[in-house]
Design a protein around this ligand. Structure first.
Ligand code: AMP
Length: 234
């Protein structure tokens, strides 16, 4: 397959919002390949790095993260603005504005409309993508997922089936389904996303930068997303 890349003519400051299982990670990877000027900034990765290095921010965030709670907004804001500064995109002086060439995808941030409002004062986001796959499709994809626990190899009986049903291709050992892949857990996760994302989507809809990309698979969504970014930024 030939690798097609595109150059951005205008800075793209992008956020992807989508339910768990919708393929945000896949779309992010594909966007980074297609548009090499984009960088991805993940709040979860930055936090884990701070925890690992035992920075004062990491120590403050660790308890909330371990309990599965969101860390306080002020910490996240500090984290993101220092990342922008370390990339040379934001001058150190207070109130400085973002470099006009900085192009990035934010991953995991903002999570709430409060965070989105704070981000507006720091860096104006200019493209917010709502990735949509019907929940019934996400659930059936999860239900078809089987893993070989010892190696972590993942199969999907719909599009990446093992050669012998129920057996790992390499070792022939039995495949299992993850406990946290149960239908009940996933239904809850999807409901929670619906609830928490509503205010965030409304926030960006009011700003006029929200765009919806719908599809049953990542392969269906990617071409639409590429075309829209090319239209807006290339
Ligand atoms: P993630 O890798 O995005 O799932 O993030 C891992 C953990 O980091 C989350 O469970 C939260 O505790 C914390 N975290 C990441 N991003 C945020 C955010 N935007 N606001 C608050 N907490 C966050």
């Amino acid at each position: 397959m030939t690798l097609v890349t595109r150059q951005l003519k205008k800075a793209a400051r992008v956020i992807l919002i989508g339910a768990p299982g919708v393929g945000k990670g896949t779309q992010t990877e594909r966007l980074l390949t297609r548009f090499p000027e984009l960088a991805s900034i993940s709040s979860g990765d930055l936090l884990r790095e701070n925890v690992r290095r035992k920075t004062s921010l990491g120590l403050k965030a660790e308890t909330a993260m371990q309990a599965g709670n969101l860390v306080p907004d002020s910490l996240i804001l500090d984290l993101i603005s220092s990342e922008f500064k370390s990339k040379g995109w934001l001058a150190k002086s207070p109130g400085a504005s973002i470099s006009p060439t900085a192009s990035f995808i934010l991953d995991g941030f903002p999570r709430t409309s409060v965070q989105a409002s704070s981000l507006d004062t720091l860096v104006p986001i200019n493209f917010v993508v709502h990735l949509v796959t019907p929940p019934s499709i996400i659930l059936s994809r999860i239900a078809s997922r089987w893993v070989h626990e010892p190696s972590g190899r993942v199969y999907n009986t719909d599009f990446n089936a093992p050669k012998v049903p129920g057996k790992d291709d390499i070792t022939g050992e039995p495949l299992t389904q993850r406990e946290d892949d149960s239908l009940e857990t996933w239904t809850q996760r999807l409901h929670k996303f619906e609830e928490t994302s509503r205010a965030l989507l409304e926030h960006y809809d009011r700003k006029g930068c929200l765009w919806r990309a719908e599809g049953n698979t990542s392969d269906e969504i990617s071409p639409k997303l590429f075309a829209e970014i090319e239209n807006r930024f290339c």
